[in-house]
Write a protein that binds this ligand. Sequence first.
Ligand SMILES: [Fe+2]
Length: 300
Amino acid sequence: MPRVNDIRYIGYGVSDVEKEKRFYLESWKLEEVPSDDDMVYLVAPGSTAGYSVRLRQTDEPRIDVISWSAKDRAEVDALVPQIEKAGGKIISQPHELESLGGGYGFRFFDMNGFTTEVSTGFETREPETLEAGDPRPEKISHVVLHSPNHKGYVEFYEKALGFKVSDWLGDFMCFLRCNEWHHRLAILPGPPAFNHVAYDVPDVDAVMKAVPRLRETNGDIAWGPGRHTAGNNVFSYYVTPAGYAVEYTCDLEAVDDETWEATVHKPSKEIMDQWGFGVGGPETMPKPMPDAGLFKDIGI
Ligand SMILES: [Fe+2]
């Protein structure tokens, strides 16, 4: 079955680009990528993708694009009819992309209306190898989205982009993979909204060593540090100046993509956080609000 194989980048619209950029450079430790347009491009130092985050000046915060990669042109082409059949609305047919880093790809609105891109053959970069304990992000690890019909949304991502369900938390949170990593996408109930983006850091020391830097430059942890059960990953959530949740994570479980069978974890405090000593909880995370960018593609 044709499928995507990783996350390429997330494009955000924010009302104060300079402030958000400062956060990503000074607090989050992404690096700026030069460009000719008026948007800001930032990359996680350990990433092979040319950039991880794109920021654009807008009146209100919105998600501009969620960009996934696929293995080759044939896979990109084959995804189009599959997405249409699953109920996605194709915005553009596969073509040579004019956005930074190029590539061959297309866009569609997912079931919620998020502008979603699939591409291949885009420019990559030589990643920096981060040492153990380096409190900087390697790459995007996963994205989490809400949907008013979260079970239908899971099915959409299975049928449209070839995701496989790795685990459920009760009947409300679903973790989905598109490669050997336990999840690259997770889905929650709620309004059609973005929940957070997680970035891999090298290890638990890195997660912990980042805490004072974030506290001093941006604010305290919103939830964590802790260790989830589904995926077994360590987490520490923060909130950007524009109000978006971001996570430093490590130790995400690698699974056998072919044979891994989903478990339904019974929701409890200990399942959500095996350690249970950190700041806050799900209730201290930003409240999901319907995204302002739904069904509005900006064309770049
Ligand atoms: Fe997460």
